[in-house]
Design a protein. Structure first.
Length: 366
């Protein structure tokens, strides 16, 4: 599958989502901070979700810590092992937090028993166990269920969904799903995401070599956390990754602002990082009216035909305002800078959705 189709298919996979954040790879504290910053930015736009803000942040941290607490690094790790996964989705009035990590088979019985223990307790029993663990400072086997699992169930009032998938005689994948229900109608059971979906998506993410995805209502606030995520994963010193990613994100924001269709009072877009054949791809995608796409296609086509010398000349002309300022086909500095920084290793595609709507993807190869 080419990168443009991957972007579009991924956008459709999360089509119901008001917000999505997916990360697969090396885990550090800045990743969960990125997720919290992005989700809080989206929550602030929905008055009905503000009361969930602190609870969601806490549960995301607990889910992240679950990966570091129970995760294991296989000896002689190879590509046959899928990378750890952290995922947050907001669908309708529900939030879903998924974690997936490698665990030693010797730990499975312990983790399995602790989760089943908290899942089987009534609220009063759960609160009693919580106080007991805190009072006795017992966070090991002797203290009953792990405090993290206790808090997940207490704060969500939902049973934890989990599963283990054996890799070999020494390791398995450990999947954990946390569901947070909002104020829902009687006919909305919130079953959009299941543990089986999480397992299947982990396989797909591994096959597509996805690193990160952010889908939602884009705004300038997302730039810093997304940049931090980009820099953590791409260490190609021959390219100014920060500058390249910064201009690409800004260009995506501008495209969304100027061209993206507004659906349900929001302009949604997707930002993705994937890795294929030894190269990273930074890509964006959003819906655009066919009528508005024509000038953009003309700009991108002209840019793609230029060599580095021509790009620098065009850049200087724009800087010194020698270009015609009111030209409809004037190429913006952001696009020119992306072309120069990537050595013109960018591509674009307009996928027909209907007679009036296309899906515009733009990607840069690093």
């Amino acid at each position: 599958m080419d990168e443009s189709s991957l972007t579009y298919n991924t956008f459709n996979t999360f089509g119901e989502d008001k917000f999505s954040f997916i990360y697969q790879g090396y885990f550090a504290n800045n990743i969960v901070i990125t997720a919290i910053e992005l989700i809080e930015n989206n929550i602030d736009k929905h008055k009905g979700f503000k009361k969930l803000r602190h609870r969601l942040s806490y549960l995301m941290i607990e889910s992240f810590q679950n990966i570091t607490r129970y995760g294991d690094e296989p000896e002689n790790k190879t590509d046959k092992y899928r990378k750890d996964l952290f995922l947050v989705r907001n669908i309708k009035e529900h939030f879903y937090i998924v974690s997936a990590n490698i665990i030693e088979n010797t730990k499975i019985d312990y983790v399995n028993s602790k989760i089943k223990e908290v899942n089987n307790l009534e609220p009063t029993e759960l609160n009693k166990l919580y106080r007991q663990v805190l009072t006795n400072n017992q966070f090991t086997d002797a203290g009953g269920a792990g405090l993290g699992f206790i808090e997940m169930v207490r704060k969500t009032k939902q049973k934890l969904e989990f599963d283990f998938v054996k890799i070999n005689d020494k390791y398995s994948y450990f999947y954990l799903l946390i569901k947070i229900k909002g104020e829902i109608s009687a006919n909305d059971k919130g079953n959009n995401v299941t543990i089986d979906w999480a397992k299947n998506f982990h396989i797909q993410a591994g096959e597509s070599n996805l690193v990160a995805i952010h889908k939602g209502n884009f705004s300038p606030i997302v730039i810093d956390p997304v940049l931090s995520m980009v820099e953590k994963n791409i260490t190609n010193k021959t390219i100014n990754i920060q500058k390249l990613a910064y201009h690409l994100i800004l260009e995506a924001l501008q495209n969304v602002s100027l061209h993206s269709l507004e659906l349900n009072h929001e302009k949604e877009a997707i930002f993705m990082i994937s890795k294929r054949n030894g190269h990273f791809y930074i890509s964006t995608g959003n819906y655009i009216k066919v009528a508005k796409a024509k000038s953009l296609i003309s700009q991108l086509s002209s840019l793609k035909k230029m060599d580095i010398k021509q790009l620098k000349t065009l850049y200087d002309e724009n800087i010194h305002k020698k270009s015609v300022s009111n030209s409809k086909n004037k190429i913006g500095l952001g696009l020119i800078d992306i072309a120069m920084e990537s050595n013109n290793q960018f591509d674009y595609k307009f996928i027909d959705v209907s007679d009036e709507i296309s899906f515009y993807t733009f990607k840069v190869k690093v």
